[in-house]
Design a protein around this ligand. Structure first.
Ligand SMILES: Cc1cc2nc3c(=O)[nH]c(=O)nc-3n(C[C@H](O)[C@H](O)[C@H](O)COP(=O)(O)OP(=O)(O)OC[C@H]3O[C@@H](n4cnc5c(N)ncnc54)[C@H](O)[C@@H]3O)c2cc1C
Length: 441
């Protein structure tokens, strides 16, 4: 391929203790945790708002699988959800057939803006981390790009919460992607929102017959050859139903066999997904009772991904660890045995969905620690795991938990003037417990 050289001197915009890259669930957890440990924190987000997949992809039903217990999330996720509920209640939802734990992506954007401000975190939106500043194998900062051009941000520790491990990859951390064998990731999904539904009618169906009533209509029409989406998916979870006639998301329009880190693939996939949104919207308007007067209110700002790069860390969490309910000396989060692996091929045959809330496992600190670069931690869905284990730790509250642990560890390393690799993990565990996180004794 033909090459050009990008050779620039860049102004240093900010020098802080901890740089958090990415303002999704993991990044919010990391930034708040580090700030509460007294650190100067910079939070860098490429989009115009915080929340990651929750707000950008309308993934509002964060903890639906934990709805009926017995597993209870602790730490920052619990705190933020409770605070959100005090202000926004049930997010205008009138559904009673399903988990009440849904956010409104719109209220959440506003809530998170304020939260980050209150915590004294320096936030930069519209700014993508495009490169890293390295001194040998130690990261010293990141280069961001925005309407203001290229800028440097320097920090003592960098926490990569970009979902795709963009920062770690730029620093030369090795990674895996997709499932072992063929490298296929789960599909990309473009959720969409509809308005103008007959809320009372839809609510009655959901209460009396359940959402499978709608799924059955779709699957019947597929069998009759009336609709063909080009892939096999038999369900389409719906988000909040409001008295004003909105269904806040429909999660159905997938694109398969794409690389979430390849911009050409992303371009093709977004365009194909939008065609599928229109096709599916027309279907539901014609065939689902209560949707006769529906309009396509919005298409999520971006395609959402459930997995992409997974860093090579000092420890690689496996499905076997989860199945065996293993805990580790350096456990920094507890999660239940839950797997949500959408079919990577679009056949529906390789789908895995297990909710086994009586069994718990530990996520070790070493999964956040890349093998070869110093002063960087990774949190969220791109930590070091095998593909199946990722389908568990990718859950939003788990991502916030690894973020909270990473932010806490970064702060302790700065305070103790040590490397995140050499830190005394017991201090991190103690600080997390003091912050309300349940950990093994
Ligand atoms: C359609 C769909 C449905 C899902 N349903 C559920 C569900 O019901 N429950 C559940 O728990 N999980 C669900 N998930 C999974 C969940 O959304 C993700 O695993 C989770 O959001 C990952 O959190 P994260 O913080 O690691 O990454 P993300 O949520 O992806 O956040 C990463 C953030 O980093 C920013 N960023 C990325 N690159 C850069 C860069 N280079 N520079 C600066 N900023 C950057 C992004 O803009 C984003 O804000 C779903 C996912 C999808 C796609």
């Amino acid at each position: 391929m033909k090459k050009v050289t990008l050779n620039k001197e860049v102004d240093v915009k900010k020098e802080v203790d901890v740089i958090v890259c990415g303002g999704g669930p993991a990044g919010i957890g990391a930034a708040i945790a580090a700030a509460r440990q007294g650190m100067d924190v910079a939070l860098i987000e490429s989009r115009a708002f915080l929340g990651g997949n929750i707000t950008a992809c309308y993934v509002e039903s964060c903890n639906y699988f934990l709805w009926q217990g017995p597993f209870a999330v602790t730490g920052l996720y619990k705190e933020l959800e409770e605070e959100y509920r005090r202000e926004f209640g049930n997010s205008d939802d009138i559904r009673t057939d399903f988990s009440p734990h849904r956010f409104s992506s719109e209220y959440l954007k506003i809530f998170l803006d304020r939260k980050i401000e209150e915590e004294g975190i320096w936030l930069r939106l519209h700014s993508r981390v495009v490169d890293v500043i390295l001194d040998d194998d130690t990261i010293e900062g990141v280069i961001i790009n925005s309407k203001s051009g290229f800028e440097g941000i320097l920090g003592k520790v960098v926490v990569d919460c970009t979902g795709d491990a963009d920062v770690a990859a730029a620093a030369g951390v090795p990674f895996e992607q997709g499932r072992e064998g063929d490298g296929l990731t789960q599909p990309g999904t473009v959720n969409f929102r509809v308005a103008g539904v007959d809320s009372e009618k839809v609510k009655k169906i959901l209460d009396e017959k359940g959402i499978t009533y709608f799924y059955d209509i779709y699957n019947q029409k597929v069998a009759e050859g009336i609709i063909d989406m080009g892939y096999k998916r038999m369900n389409f979870p719906m988000g909040r139903l409001t008295a004003g006639g909105q269904v806040s998301y429909i999660n159905f329009c997938n694109v398969y066999k794409i690389d979430p880190t390849d911009a050409d693939d992303l371009t093709r996939a977004e365009m194909l997904a939008r065609k599928r949104v229109l096709q599916f919207f027309n279907f539901i308007k014609e065939y689902l009772p209560g949707f006769e007067k529906a309009e396509l209110a919005s298409i999520a700002p971006t395609m959402g991904f459930r997995d992409s790069r997974r860093i090579k860390g000092v420890y690689r969490l496996t499905a076997e660890d989860i199945d065996e309910g293993r805990f580790f000396e350096d456990t920094i989060a507890i999660y239940p045995r839950f797997y949500d692996m959408l079919s990577p091929t679009g056949t529906w045959d390789d789908l895995v969905y297990i909710v086994d809330l009586d069994k718990e496992y530990g996520i070790p600190y070493r999964c956040l620690l890349p093998v070869n670069v110093e002063q960087i931690l990774v949190a969220g869905r791109c930590i070091s795991t095998d593909h199946m284990a990722e389908s568990s730790i990718r859950a939003i509250s788990a991502c916030m938990a690894t973020g909270q642990a990473a932010g806490t560890a970064a702060a302790i390393a700065v305070r103790d003037n040590t490397n995140v690799r050499d830190i005394d993990v017991r201090k991190v565990q103690q600080a997390l417990k003091e912050a309300g996180v349940r950990l093994p004794d």
